[in-house]
Design a protein. Structure first.
Lengths: 106, 860
């Protein structure tokens, strides 16, 4: 089976977390918070696009709002397959670290 | 929340244009939101910078994309274009060939214009060299002349510190130059040694600085060196001038470039020439020379000109207004009397330039009309492209690209055409233009511009029209708007034919004027008159023995010496007689003639008699004047009265007769007062009236006679009617060029009509079939098919006539004596063009009308 890449994982997590507010700007903000690093739009768009192609998220255009110069947002939503993938990597993470309970940098 | 801050409009548009279309809107929205965030937290500058970085980041994929799809689509367009050409060979031929002919015209004219513009540019100091010309107010009307007196040049050098150098130039022709073995008649310049300091002349041998310093030195061109000395080194050799004076060759120059208004192969020192020809170098009224000055750096020409009045007063020529002509402007802009060489009028360049462009426009119109008329053929393609996502601008670009490609093909063909027709143009324009790589690269920017503008112009209307179809209409296969919306197409056809008509009328008017000149009663005869030039000092002093010998041949009816021929009595002076009132000034043209001159040329005497040996007193001073002169003298005139020139009251002779007016100058000018003075045994030329029949034998007799009296000179003769026609060379050339352009214009326009009608007839095949079944006969169907075109051609006539009339009237105003512009010319050109265009259309119309209706209707 194929696992998600880290950026995909983080973004997928953000989409799930943000629920109906999940579109690029908040996603970017969220992933920056989680990872503590600045993400560029490009770094968000590309994995999002890939996730959509894999069927882990789906998207629709929102009704245009006054803000953003009357342009609509592309709202993302996690699919059941997406949820399953997230669960898988979480499981993987847990299983992996179970072997080294004492690990620490210090 | 406050209204969000927005990124600068310009940046936003830039970003939008480079982002892939599927990302477009939402991404822009995202960026705007982020921009607002950054602007609020870190300020505008930061936000702008960020936004700009986003643009830079989006660039690389955009460029890659554009290149990739550009190539893919270009290959597709190219393929489609080639297929279209292959599928509709006739149309493609009409388009490409028409455009090529138009471009060839433009290329030739461009080469010509470039050449005419290049005159005198090769002189290194060209922008500081000026010619001094003058306007004489001595007697009305003022006369502008390029010639100035000999003392002017030294005086200028002395009076004006701004003048660095000055030179006198005197051009003469028909002088015998010889060395031990060879002798020829040559033209030459007599110039001051400073000539080579002012003008750039490249020396092969000898030194430009000192070449003419010795009074008996001479400088020759490589051409002359080859002619006289073959392969010997001519430096230091002797050339004899006019069989009298030896000159030592001190320099050999490269042949002077042909695009130079000063052109000669032999230079000799001016002062020596003046001495040999007994010219008074101090005479301020002897306007026989050209004066050029080299001004110092930074001199403002108007400053000098301002001082010319005082200068003229000081030297006793207050009536002469001197002015400066920049060297480089002389060839195209100076048209004074007595120019040293024939200049080109700038308006001629403009005229032929615009005609060439008009022809090209006609060809472009063909392209537009044929492409749009046939738009239904390509509707499916346009529709399909739109359905699979082509933007309107892409379709437009495709058609523009297609026309540019056509334009490129045409350009290749036009080079070939220009190459073929250039010799023909050269003979018309008397130029040696060549279509070499070098000349092409020099006009390269104009050529690129030409190809692109033709492509874009010709493609503009089709691109606009074809890209405007809605895919649904296009695909439904309904004959789209393009086929039926004929308005603009008709306008374009009318434009084509109007231009053609104007050119035809212009040609006919010039033709008429030339006929008028040929048939006009000039007041003298032109036929069977042979003219020879007198050479050699001895016989120049006394041609009597020559005349005696000539008269011994019974085929020579008359022989008479004279200074001028009756069609060109150009020297002028002022009439004078005893007791002439002070207020009378009669400018009168003047010439010297021998006995029999009036009989020879058939000039009628209306009062008194012609010069005659029966009146020995004639040889001590006798005048003939014309009627105009008589009228000018009015009540003072009396047969047998004393008469003189230079306005002098002391009579030089008596008026023995009055000649009927004849055209002593070209028909551009009115008949002026003229007198002839009897000089029985001197003259530059001898005219002979000969009998018809066996002319070669008579000429041979004249040749032997002339050889006997001036053995060292080559024999040259000309017929007077040829000389007469030479005066109207410009008009004859104009007629030929106009006729040529006119034919090309009609030809291209008809090609367009041919293509258009082929298509329209095809569209109406079913209609014709039904009409035939219902009983229409062939003429009716031909009428049906050609009536539209006839209407358009008639309309073109209505537009073309007034324009042509205006242009023709303007042109004819150059002539004092001119033909009338009759309605005949207009009708003739209308009939001609109707005939040609009808012929073109009827080919298809008759073919369609004769076709079996079953063929057309079978599939219904």
């Amino acid at each position: 089976m194929k696992f998600l890449s880290r950026p995909e994982e983080i973004i997928l997590f953000a989409v799930m977390n943000l629920k109906e507010k999940a579109y690029s700007v908040p996603i970017k903000k969220k992933v920056s918070e989680i990872s503590g690093k600045k993400w560029s739009f490009g770094a968000v768009y590309v994995p999002l696009h890939r996730l959509e192609k894999k069927g882990l998220v789906r998207s629709h255009l929102s009704t245009p709002t006054q803000k953003r110069g009357g342009r609509s947002k592309r709202i993302y939503e996690i699919t059941p397959a997406g949820l399953k993938s997230l669960a898988e990597v979480r499981e993987l993470q847990k299983n992996m670290w179970a072997e080294e309970p004492e690990f620490s940098l210090e | 929340m406050t209204k969000g801050k927005k990124p600068p409009h310009l940046l936003e548009r830039l970003l939008r244009s480079i982002l892939p279309r599927y990302l477009g809107d939402t991404v822009l929205g995202d960026f705007e939101e982020e921009y607002d965030l950054i602007a609020n937290s870190k300020g505008h500058r930061h936000a702008n910078l960020w936004y700009f970085t986003q643009i830079l980041k989006s660039l690389p994929p955009f460029v890659c994309d554009a290149i990739k799809w550009g190539v893919v689509m270009f290959r597709n367009y190219m393929k489609v274009t080639l297929r279209t050409i292959g599928r509709h060979k006739v149309f493609a031929f009409i388009n490409i060939f028409g455009l090529a002919v138009g471009m060839a015209c433009v290329i030739i004219i461009m080469l010509w214009v470039r050449y005419e513009n290049s005159f005198d540019r090769h002189h290194e100091k060209a922008n500081r060299i000026f010619r001094i010309a003058k306007e004489s107010h001595a007697y009305p009307p003022p006369r502008k002349s390029a010639m100035t007196p000999p003392p002017l040049s030294p005086a200028l050098l002395q009076e004006f510190p701004e003048v660095e150098a000055s030179v006198r130039v005197c051009g003469r022709s028909g002088t015998l130059f010889s060395n031990d073995e060879k002798h020829f008649l040559e033209s030459y310049y007599a110039v001051d040694p400073s000539f080579f300091k002012i003008f750039t002349v490249s020396f092969v041998k000898g030194d430009a600085g000192t070449a003419l310093n010795d009074p008996y030195s001479i400088v020759i061109s490589e051409k002359i060196a080859k002619k006289y000395f073959s392969n010997r080194d001519p430096l230091g050799e002797v050339m004899q001038y006019d069989q009298k004076t030896d000159f030592k060759i001190t320099g050999v120059i490269k042949n002077m470039p042909s695009n130079s208004h000063l052109m000669t192969d032999i230079f000799m020192p001016y002062e020596t020439w003046a001495k040999l020809s007994n010219t008074n170098m101090e005479n301020w009224w002897w306007n026989g020379f050209y004066t050029y000055v080299l001004l110092r750096h930074g001199t403002d020409p108007p400053n000098i000109e301002a001082k010319f009045d005082a200068f003229a007063k000081k030297y006793g020529i207050p009536t002469e207004k001197l002015f400066l002509q920049p060297l480089q402007s002389i060839h195209l802009h100076s048209h004074l009397s007595a120019e040293i060489s024939r200049n080109t009028h700038i308006s001629t360049l403009i005229l032929f330039g615009s005609i060439a462009v008009l022809i090209l426009i006609i060809a472009c119109i063909n392209y537009m009309n044929l492409t749009t008329a046939r738009s239904s053929v390509r509707l499916k393609e346009v529709g399909t492209r739109k359905v699979v996502g082509a933007h309107r601008s892409q379709i437009a670009r495709q058609f523009l690209g297609e026309s540019t490609m056509m334009s490129l093909f045409s350009f290749a063909l036009s080079l070939f055409l220009a190459f073929i027709f250039l010799p023909f143009f050269n003979s018309l324009a008397e130029r040696q233009l060549s279509l070499s790589w070098e000349s092409l690269t020099q006009i390269l920017p104009s050529i690129v511009f030409l190809v692109l503008s033709v492509g874009l112009f010709a493609g503009s209307y089709p691109a606009f029209l074809l890209s405007s179809f809605k895919p649904i209409t296009a695909l439904r296969g309904i004959k789209g708007r393009g086929t039926h919306k004929t308005g603009l197409r008709n306008v374009l056809v009318v434009v084509q034919f109007s231009v053609s008509i104007i050119l035809i009328i212009a040609t006919l008017v010039v033709r008429n004027q030339l006929d008028y000149i040929k048939d006009k009663e000039m007041g003298f005869e032109k036929d069977q008159i042979v003219v020879v030039t007198v050479h050699g000092d001895e016989i120049y002093e006394n041609v009597g023995p020559v005349l005696e010998q000539l008269k011994m041949n019974s085929r020579i009816l008359y022989a008479a010496p004279s200074q001028f021929l009756p069609n060109d009595v150009k020297s002028s002076t002022f009439a004078g007689w005893p007791g002439m009132p002070k207020e009378i000034d009669i400018r009168i043209n003047a010439g010297e003639i021998g006995y029999n001159y009036t009989d020879l040329y058939g000039i009628e005497i209306v009062k008194g008699r012609s010069f005659s040996r029966e009146f020995p007193s004639d040889e001590s001073g006798a005048f003939l004047i014309n009627e105009t002169a008589m009228k000018a003298m009015g009540e003072h005139f009396q047969l047998g009265m004393g008469f003189s020139h230079w306005g002098s009251p002391d009579p030089k002779g008596k008026i023995v007769g009055v000649m009927k007016d004849f055209h002593l100058l070209s028909l551009h000018e009115e008949i002026k007062p003229v007198y002839f003075y009897l000089n029985p045994n001197q003259g530059v030329r001898i005219s002979m009236k000969i009998q018809g029949g066996n002319i070669p034998e008579t000429i041979e007799y004249i040749r032997e006679t002339m050889k006997k009296f001036s053995p060292n000179y080559p024999f040259e003769y000309r017929f007077f009617d040829d000389i007469f026609n030479m005066a109207y060379m410009d008009e004859q050339k104009m007629e030929k060029i106009l006729a040529l352009f006119g034919l090309i214009a009609i030809f291209i326009a008809c090609m367009g009509v041919f293509g258009l009608s082929a298509f329209l007839v095809d569209q109406k095949r079913k209609e014709i079939g039904i009409r035939k079944v219902l009983g229409a006969d062939v003429p009716k169907i031909v009428y049906l098919l050609s009536k539209d075109l006839v209407r358009l051609v008639l309309l073109a006539n209505v537009i073309g006539w007034p324009l042509a009339f205006y242009a023709a009237t303007r042109w004819l105003q150059n002539f004092t004596y001119r033909t009338k512009i009759g309605l005949g010319i207009f009708l003739l050109s209308a009939i001609l063009i109707l005939f040609v265009s009808m012929g073109t259309v009827s080919y298809h119309a008759i073919k369609a009308a004769l076709a079996n209706p079953v063929e057309a209707l079978r599939y219904e």
